[in-house]
Design a protein around this ligand. Structure first.
Ligand code: B16
Ligand code: MG
Length: 216
């Protein structure tokens, strides 16, 4: 691939920190209260997916009123926020801080592009807010991943062309969104999940920045 990067966009959950476990516990508690079985395997489907779409996937074809849906989303979020409150700087995933520091020192712009409406408090608790030019979250755009809107919005806020951006993502929906935005996609996770990305590493600590930056 031949390109000159100007900015790097980081997904939050699964890339900078692992809040997927907290989402799982919060959805599991809600599902159990509603008499629905919910396993870690079911939770994999929800990676990078918005709160509303996640609930639709959990409820499957159950008939539920719009008011009940709103109430359940609020209840799940209360459970999730209790976990978010426990996040500390120790919860940055191994290797993530090093990548952020390295790219920042090299002069690239950095941003967060997360589907989560809780991204800002989580990043505050990780104590890395100052690293980012901009933080786009679940409030930033209407169409969530896999639509490219969130990443396009993030590039616009940084004043950078999408083609000069690369996105770190752990979700299939996020890789799809990055590719649809015309950005370089760097997948974190197994082939079957993020195999469509331009680069793929099993974990954040395996990311080889020289490989990505040298292919200009
Ligand atoms: P909230 P990301 C995503 O974050 C999570 O991966 C996904 O599981 C969650 O449902 C979504 O945020 C919405 O989160 O309920 O906090 O608004 O991976 O895009 O950083
Ligand atoms: Mg993610």
């Amino acid at each position: 691939m031949s390109k000159e990067y100007k900015a790097f966009i980081f997904d939050l959950d699964g890339v900078i920190t692992d809040t997927a476990g907290f989402h799982f516990l919060a959805w599991k508690r809600l599902a159990e209260e509603e008499g629905i079985t919910f396993t870690r395997k079911d939770n994999e489907q929800l990676r990078g997916v918005s709160r509303r779409k996640s609930l639709d996937l959990i409820l499957k074809n159950r008939e539920v009123s719009e008011d009940s849906i709103e109430e359940m989303m609020a209840r799940k979020n209360r459970y999730y926020q209790d976990y978010i409150d426990t996040i500390t700087p120790e919860d940055v995933l191994p290797g993530a801080k090093e990548i952020l520091d390295d790219l920042k020192n090299k002069g690239y712009k950095l941003a967060v592009g997360s589907a989560s409406k809780n991204a800002k408090p989580a990043i505050e608790n990780l104590n890395i807010t100052d690293m980012f030019e901009t933080i786009s979250d679940g409030f930033s755009v209407k169409n969530t991943k896999p639509a490219p809107d969130l990443f396009i919005h993030t590039a616009e806020k940084m004043g950078v062309e999408p083609v000069s951006c690369a996105v770190f993502e752990d979700a299939e929906a996020g890789i799809e969104a990055a590719l649809a935005a015309g950005m370089t996609a760097i997948g974190i996770g197994p082939e079957e999940r993020v195999g469509e990305a331009h680069y793929r590493y099993d974990q954040v600590k395996d990311v080889n920045l020289s490989e990505i930056l040298s292919e200009k």
